[in-house]
Design a protein around this ligand. Structure first.
Ligand code: NAP
Length: 357
């Protein structure tokens, strides 16, 4: 085992941000990628080392051989890249594993590897990006020392500055793979209408956003953090147009056809996005927790740019795993390190209201 931290997809938006955050913690990343020029440019800004590999399968083979202490996987869609490619390599090498998954299928696949990870004595941390970490942390904070609640709703409100470039297959593939509506009903994952349950939220800074349901990894993480019977995850990124909402059931059925989804992914991935300043000063994670006696508690996690937080969380987790602070098994970030992890990554809790509904 060598004491290195490898970042797969090291040339991407998230890979570069993670490398910069690792550098801030005094740790040097090894950026792993398939394009020598892009790798060189990315490594220069963070003082990282590089490893050029032709494919993810080749990266997994290098993991088995070189046995880095920690592997951070930023190459989505994670249902394709994580379990049988990268995690298998990490298990063989004894490397700890971190990813940025934020869809139900990808988180489920990692949870299913809990026993294998425990036996192998390594740690898997999935959902180490803004969405899962920000929302599950608020739920964990609100439920600390409390009985099991009846109902939980989590909302994520990211604020991200966009750099000019293409959307990319990792991001689009992940988005198109998360269009099936889901919620937790009576303790089980059940079908539900996507982009429903719209709620107008007044943020602690006084501004307002509308969130609507989207079945992301936040749903599973909030369920595990609370054990509530009913859980809903929502986001301010859900489209508000009634036309798009009405089209969603048909679109999600179409996206189940693998060939059509691959075709759509390839085309949308090439769409150029313009540089954009972040829409508001803060990003927010929000949770509303209701107990059987009607008590309701609301909480917020306030942070800056959501993409920066997506860099800070895996970097801090990697630092802790390298220092031997983890434990074997499969977890989401706050499930492993508790609600204080988000604070270590620069976020702050606001727990304003208690009441009965
Ligand atoms: N949980 C969260 O809150 C959160 C937040 C942000 C992002 N994410 C997820 O993280 C993932 C990455 O997002 P991003 O914005 O960083 O994307 P990105 O900028 O497009 O970067 C993706 C990286 O993956 C590499 N890659 C793509 N397909 C590959 C393949 N088949 N084999 C090997 N490498 C490949 C790219 O390398 P090349 O340069 O060689 O193409 C690039 O380095 C997405 O799935 C996204 O949904 C999650």
């Amino acid at each position: 085992m060598n004491a290195q931290i490898w970042v797969l997809g090291g040339t991407g938006r998230s890979g570069r941000t993670i490398a910069a955050q690792l550098a801030r913690l005094g740790l040097k990343a090894v950026l792993v990628g398939r394009d020598a020029n892009r790798l060189h440019t990315a490594a220069q800004s963070s003082g990282s080392a590089t490893l050029l590999v032709p494919s993810l399968a080749a990266a997994a083979a290098e993991i088995r051989q070189q046995r880095p202490a920690v592997v951070v996987n930023t190459v989505g869609p994670f249902t394709t890249t994580a379990p049988e490619v990268v995690i298998d390599g990490c298990r063989a090498a004894g490397s700890h594993y971190i990813d940025l998954a934020n869809d139900v299928a990808a988180l489920s696949a990692v949870y299913e590897m809990h026993d294998a990870a425990t036996q192998a004595g390594h740690t898997l941390v999935t959902g180490a990006g803004f969405g899962v970490t920000a929302t599950e942390s608020v739920v964990a904070k609100l439920c600390e020392g409390r009985p099991v609640p009846l109902r939980v709703r989590v909302d994520m409100v990211p604020s991200i500055a966009m750099e000019e470039g293409i959307a990319g297959e990792a991001l689009i593939g992940t988005l198109l793979g998360s269009l099936d509506g889901r919620r937790i009903t009576d303790g089980r994952l059940a079908p539900a209408r996507i982009f429903s349950d719209a709620m107008r939220l007044t943020l602690p800074d006084g501004s307002q956003v509308t969130t609507a349901s989207m079945p992301s990894g936040e749903l599973l993480a909030a369920h595990r953090a609370s054990a509530a019977r009913h859980v809903l995850s929502a986001t301010s990124e859900a489209p508000s147009s009634p036309l798009i909402r009405a089209m969603m059931p048909a679109l999600s059925t179409l996206m189940r056809w693998e060939r059509l989804r691959s075709f759509t992914t390839r085309h949308l991935a090439r769409v150029r996005v313009k540089a954009k300043a972040r829409p508001r000063e803060h990003s927010w994670g929000h949770a509303l927790v209701t107990w059987t006696d009607g008590e309701t508690r609301e909480g917020w996690l306030r942070l800056g740019d959501a993409q920066e937080f997506t860099g800070a969380v895996p970097a801090e987790i990697a630092r802790r795993l390298l220092a031997g602070e983890g434990r074997p098994g499969a977890f989401t970030p706050a499930a492993l390190f508790g609600p204080t992890l988000a604070e270590s990554c620069g976020a702050a809790y606001l727990l304003p209201r208690r009441g009965r509904r």
